[in-house]
Write a protein that binds this ligand. Sequence first.
Ligand SMILES: *Cc1c(COP(=O)(O)O)cnc(C)c1O
Length: 393
Amino acid sequence: MNAAPKSLVRRPSWPTSTSRPVVTPLQPSVVYASQDPDALDTQYDEGSGFTYAREGHPNASVLAQKIDSLEGISGGIITGSGMSAIGAVFLGVLQSGDHVIGADQLYGRTLRMMADDLPKFGVETTLADPTDANAIAAAIQPNTKMIVIEVVSNPTIRIADMVGISKICKDSGILLMIDNTFTTPRGYQPFDHGADIVVHSVTKLLAGHSDATLGYVAAKDAKLMEKINIANVTWGLTPSPFDCWLAERGLQSFELRYDRAEATAIKISVALAGLPGITRVLHPSLPDHPDHNRAVQVLGNRSGNMMSFEVAGGRKAANALTNAAPDLPFAPTLGDVGTTLSHPASSSHRALTQEERAALGMSEGFFRVSVGLEDSALLIAELSEAIAASQKA
Ligand SMILES: *Cc1c(COP(=O)(O)O)cnc(C)c1O
């Protein structure tokens, strides 16, 4: 045993043990004490060890290494949210006078950064249709620095022309940033297909339990990664150890969860497609998906857990549907272990006019489903019942 501390505010040394914990320890310490100034010098010079949690901590490192291994890269970092991962890239890489092209159906907050925040810093932005590489090419300006793409769009499940866009970036020396949240490294490996930077909302499928808000970012080029890391640390976009600990725990089952949810999404898509009142079902696995051939080209045999469907009857039918499915949380997130339903017209896309939503293929009867881990028969029964109720409304 250690000697008792002389004061309650003195932390006793950690008990030594020849055995080690099987579970990743949680280390909430904000600061790390060094032996002496020489040791601290060495640590700074070599970039080794930890000093202050905003600059890095063990739970973030452990989580980053695991996601690195999934993305086939090294040196990735964890951020406090998916948005702070995107923010760290913009702050670290862009400067006044640059131009950025974004896919026109990016995550809502990313679109907002492009529309409102980057212009405040003198960065120009243009949105273009990522399913058409010619539309992306047409948006290029002499000062275009970066193109930001989500491979599968939310909530319309369109598939970006990754082959075309990645060639454009390579030929013109423009950085390609992929938000791989929807596809995950199990569905798509951006660094194998020309990406320079990959970001994630770890909050979603990777952590998978809706109890931690985190992001991840990695870049192929070490100098670029250093700039992003400095922005992360300087602007304080860094994560909490506890969230990292939860996410690392969640990540242990990520591959099993993804495979199971994807298989269930395929079954649900087939089952819903034939039901009365259903006007559309969108999942990359369906042969009638508008981008089915591109989905095969880009995603191979993967198709993911995200699907959308549309019922006839507008808002009235939509209200009846969620009321008839009390066990399927009607919640604006995705990637949880449990299936969730979202309704873009009243949530993510409520700021658009009805005409703008119609142009994107989103009516009042349009729902997005983040398929979880429940038994497929249960989900098909619950959704079928809710859809039937929507048609009686
Ligand atoms: C949720 C999400 C984000 C933002 O992530 P947060 O962790 O909520 O900050 C970014 N991109 C996509 C595609 C998302 O789904």
